[in-house]
Design a binder for this molecule. Structure first.
Ligand code: AHR
Length: 662
């Protein structure tokens, strides 16, 4: 016997009949994809990542060293360290400087102990604490120099309450020279805000330097390596390229603290630590303990690119310091060392073993070339000083390495006088690729999806090198990584893909931020000492980079490209490896919209299509450390019949459809 529906059930039934009648009455948005006439190729490195040591991105982030100020090189040499002693007479510390002997790493600590029971020690607070994991082995190391007496050094992992959760000891070698000593410790508890304590027991003295603690679960288990969870998030994106090391950090506040790649390779104890420009850049976000150890240097960078299959895109200083700061420039007749740095980097990355650079790379453990093809000259430079300097680099590099494609600056903005001047000048110089930056409101991204549709095809190619929708305004502390911003970026990116003949590279910026140590918001990935998560912006980037395709497919909506008519945006690509048409559609309105994707000239199609969907009705939605997947893509399927995929575009949604050709 059939059950008679109650009032509530009848209401639901009536409502759903009415609703589906309304929907079917609404005429579908029709997207015509011309599979028979693929357009230009899409660069294999189209969707990449931009890395800069900002927001504790490297030290305190990707570089998994847990000890802050390990070599006492901060302006305040004991910043990050605290002496612990039960009795004033139990020991002392003296910072010494051997500048004349070791200019790269001048300072070390001379520790004297009169504490037979181990009552003189030092505690390192880490980068906003140390993330320690239960059962994990940690590698402790220290360089000890001149040592007298009978000292024992105890290393202890502490939890936030100061209790010992791991310990090991070593006896410093009695010597007159420097030796690296290591010991491993196992941690008994998981602690996000731990610290390291070292005790000196016995009577005597020793010189100590490079006091270091690393987890062993680094990326690919490399000793002294990178934080595995963070590299994994990047590798999951299958990035086409990795821009490094920035950003303004390339330029430096002044030239003395510019990024110099040669000082970032070789043994870590020989890499000169310097102050990070983001230490003091923003009065509203001072970070006095932010320095660059360069433990994540150029060799590690190239290695990471190789691990992820990403093309390296280094950016070098062009003889100009940050123009928002000092605007220092190197006189044109003294630019040679800067140009030489660029030539040497190419040789280091690509040279064979007969070249000095190739030999050095082999000595560092990588005999095979890294295959670098792209190089950026200057970051956000502008004005004629830049044009003059870029020209010098261009001549020198192109005459020796014509195959290297150079990325040049379009300045910090994407419109206005400076931008127009530089765009014209770069076109005049026959520049290969120009780097455009847009930190704009979400509305700008929605309104500019057609930005490149009518761009000059005879000028330089475009690198959308830094972009992020700002929910408030640039450098505001209120900016959010919310769905509103991510959706606007997704819409804008349809325009990048549609114009992939011109736009060859694109990357969101900045990449990473530590929840307790950031200077700049929004950022694609957030972390604390143990956890990390991708923002909605991360998932948008990932949906593009893992659904790239090789050729542009023309898509029209009402006979023109979909650049926001009816709040709809679309682009498409063909993936020759999988033989699939990949269609990306953004519905930026709060209304559900029936839609049809018509695939012309595709021949027979598989009936089952895959959909990856990122959607929320709540534009303010953000992910967090506690809810890392609040907004994340979901996989769905759709049916294709007679060359047509019928679907319903959810409100505020970004969908990627993969439709297989038979
Ligand atoms: O991404 C943060 C900063 O924004 C970069 O360092 C700089 O290039 C831009 O101004």
């Amino acid at each position: 016997m059939k059950a008679i529906p109650n009032m509530k059930q009848r209401f639901v039934l009536l409502f759903s009949v009415l609703f589906s009648t309304m929907l079917s009455a609404q005429s579908p948005a029709v997207f015509n994809v011309d599979v028979a006439h693929p357009g230009a190729d899409i660069s294999p490195s189209m969707w990449g990542i931009f890395f800069e040591d900002i927001n504790m991105g490297a030290d305190g982030g990707l570089y998994s060293e847990l000890v802050k100020n390990r070599s006492f090189e901060f302006n305040k040499p004991l910043m990050g360290w605290k002496e612990v002693k039960k009795d004033p007479a139990s020991g002392s510390i003296l910072i010494e400087n051997r500048q004349e002997k070791n200019a790269a790493n001048p300072r070390f600590a001379h520790v004297t102990s009169h504490a037979p029971k181990g009552e003189y020690g030092l505690v390192n607070e880490g980068f906003r604490g140390m993330g320690l994991k239960k059962d994990l082995i940690y590698d402790f190391s220290v360089w000890t120099g001149t040592t007298t007496g009978n000292l024992v050094l105890h290393a202890e992992l502490l939890n936030a309450a100061g209790e010992v959760i791991g310990a090991a000891s070593l006896v410093p070698v009695v010597s007159n020279g420097w030796n690296k000593q290591t010991v491993s410790l196992q941690c008994r508890e998981t602690e996000p805000k731990g610290s390291l304590r070292i005790w000196f027991a016995g009577n005597g003295s020793t010189d100590v330097d490079m006091i270091s603690l690393f987890p062993t679960d680094t990326w690919k288990n490399r000793p002294g390596g990178l934080r595995g969870d963070l590299v994994q998030l990047l590798a999951d994106m299958k990035p086409g390229f990795m821009r490094f090391p920035g950003g303004c950090i390339v330029e430096g506040h002044d030239l003395s603290v510019r990024y110099q790649w040669k000082k970032t390779i070789g043994p870590v104890e020989e890499r000169t630590a310097i102050i990070n420009r983001w230490n003091y850049e923003f009065a509203h976000r001072p970070t006095p303990d932010y320095y660059q150890s360069f433990g994540l240097g150029f060799f590690e960078y190239f290695q990471m690119c190789e691990d992820m299959g990403a093309e390296p895109l280094p950016i070098l200083n062009c003889g100009m310091a940050c123009q928002f700061n000092t605007s220092e420039v190197v006189p044109l007749d003294q630019l040679d060392p800067y140009v030489q740095d660029a030539l040497d980097l190419i040789e280091f990355a690509n040279g064979d073993a007969t070249t000095a650079g190739g030999k050095l790379r082999a000595q560092l453990g990588h005999p095979a070339p890294f295959g670098m093809e792209l190089l950026g000259v200057g970051n956000e430079q502008w004005g004629e000083q830049y044009v003059e300097r870029f020209e010098v680099f261009q001549k020198a590099i192109k005459s020796k390495y014509p195959e290297i494609r150079l990325v040049s600056s379009a300045g910090p903005g994407s419109e206005g006088e400076q931008f127009r001047y530089l765009s014209k000048a770069m076109a005049g110089l026959g520049a290969d690729i120009v780097d455009e930056h847009y930190y704009q409101k979400p509305e700008w991204f929605l309104q500019n999806a057609g930005r490149y549709d009518a761009y000059d095809r005879n000028g330089p190619k475009i690198f959308a090198g830094e972009y992020a929708a700002q929910s408030d305004r640039v450098v505001s502390m209120e900016n959010k990584n919310n769905w509103r911003c991510a959706l606007a970026e997704a819409a804008f990116m349809t325009g990048l893909e549609r114009n992939a003949d011109l736009v060859r590279l694109a990357s969101y910026a900045p990449l990473m931020a530590h929840v307790d140590g950031w200077q700049w918001k929004p950022d694609m990935i957030w972390m604390d000492n143990l956890r990390s998560f991708g923002t909605p912006n991360y998932y948008v980037q990932k949906m593009y980079s893992t659904n790239r395709g090789d050729r542009i497919l023309p898509v029209t909506y009402k006979n023109t490209p979909a650049t926001g008519q009816d709040s709809l945006y679309a682009s498409a690509a063909f993936d020759k490896t999988t033989n699939e048409a990949i269609v990306k559609i953004v519905n930026a309105s709060g209304k559900q919209q029936p839609a049809e994707i018509m695939l012309a000239g595709a021949g027979k199609l598989n009936a089952a299509a895959k959909i990856t969907l990122l959607q929320s009705n709540n534009l303010e939605l953000e992910n967090s450390l506690d809810q890392p997947m609040r907004l994340a893509p979901v996989e769905q399927t759709a049916t294709v019949k007679a060359g047509k995929l019928s679907t319903v575009l959810a409100p505020y949604s970004f969908a990627v459809f993969r439709i297989k050709l038979k």
